[in-house]
Design a protein around this ligand. Structure first.
Ligand code: PEP
Length: 254
């Protein structure tokens, strides 16, 4: 079977300053070089600081953005187009993060996330596509249904080939920033369900090759057990990506 390269993403969200980002990049650079055959690591700073972080970090760290505009550049004040992310040399964009889906002032729906994903891939970016259920949806037994609804919207607009540019991040909303990490059983079950959706809806190559990351209160203390699960191919990390201990999470692939 195809071995999926472990992927660890750090989502810095709307955090940091020139000072703190310099310190964090220096701390990350102080770790051992990342074996490119074993693990892929991306950090996503606030857009304003992305070039600064890129200039500071070793080249074995990838830098990505946290969001982009839905389509072509133009009269969209305050937005950043995928074309620009690519042109400026950033290979990744995170799309569909739960904060963008659920914060009332943002409220991106499944179709918005799908159109962004399609356009970003057309521009040559790779996409970390976030999906996941709310607490009330889990409690109502709807986890699988919600994940599949969010994935189906993206499937509508992508070719089977396009999935090679997608990394899926399963991020149960109740686990994000709450300190309440999913159990290994909860994570593995959702990941296996997502992989079986890929098998049925996209194909066996996509099922075998697509990385499915877990995100939600991952720390250096809980990552090793999760990393051992057969369908957990890495992590998307929020809070713990702002500290040097992010490197311990990167090392969990071993
Ligand atoms: C995230 O926002 O993608 C995330 C997983 O956050 P945290 O690790 O802080 O729960």
């Amino acid at each position: 079977s195809m071995k999926r390269k472990f992927f660890v993403g750090g989502n810095w969200k709307c955090n940091g300053s020139m000072h703190s980002i310099k310190e964090l990049c220096e701390a990350l650079n102080a770790g051992e070089r990342l074996e490119s055959s074993a693990v892929e690591v991306m950090v996503a700073p606030p857009a304003l600081y992305a070039s600064y972080a890129r200039s500071l970090l070793r080249d074995d760290f990838a830098v990505g953005l946290q969001n982009c505009w839905i389509g072509k550049p133009g009269a969209f004040t305050g937005e950043i187009a995928a074309d620009m992310i690519r042109d400026a040399g950033f290979p990744y964009v995170i799309l569909g993060h739960s904060e963008r889906r659920h914060i009332p002032e943002l409220r991106e729906n499944d179709q918005t996330v799908a159109r962004k994903t399609r356009y970003a891939i057309e521009q040559g970016l790779a996409v970390v596509l976030c999906i996941g259920e709310l607490l009330e949806e889990r409690q109502a037994g709807k986890t699988r249904e919600v994940n599949e609804r969010q994935l189906n919207a993206v499937k509508e607009v992508l070719s089977d080939e396009d999935w090679r540019r997608v990394v899926i991040a399963y991020e149960p909303v109740w686990a994000i920033g709450t300190g309440q990490v999913a159990t290994v059983e909860q994570a593995e079950q959702a990941h296996a369900e997502i992989r079986s959706w890929l098998e049925k809806q996209v194909g066996s190559t996509a099922a075998a090759e697509t990385r499915i990351l877990y995100g939600g209160s991952v720390t250096a203390d809980n990552c090793d057990e999760l990393a051992k699960q057969p369908d957990v191919d890495g992590f998307l990390v929020g809070g713990a990506s702002l500290k040097p201990a992010f490197l311990d999470i990167v090392r969990s692939h071993k």
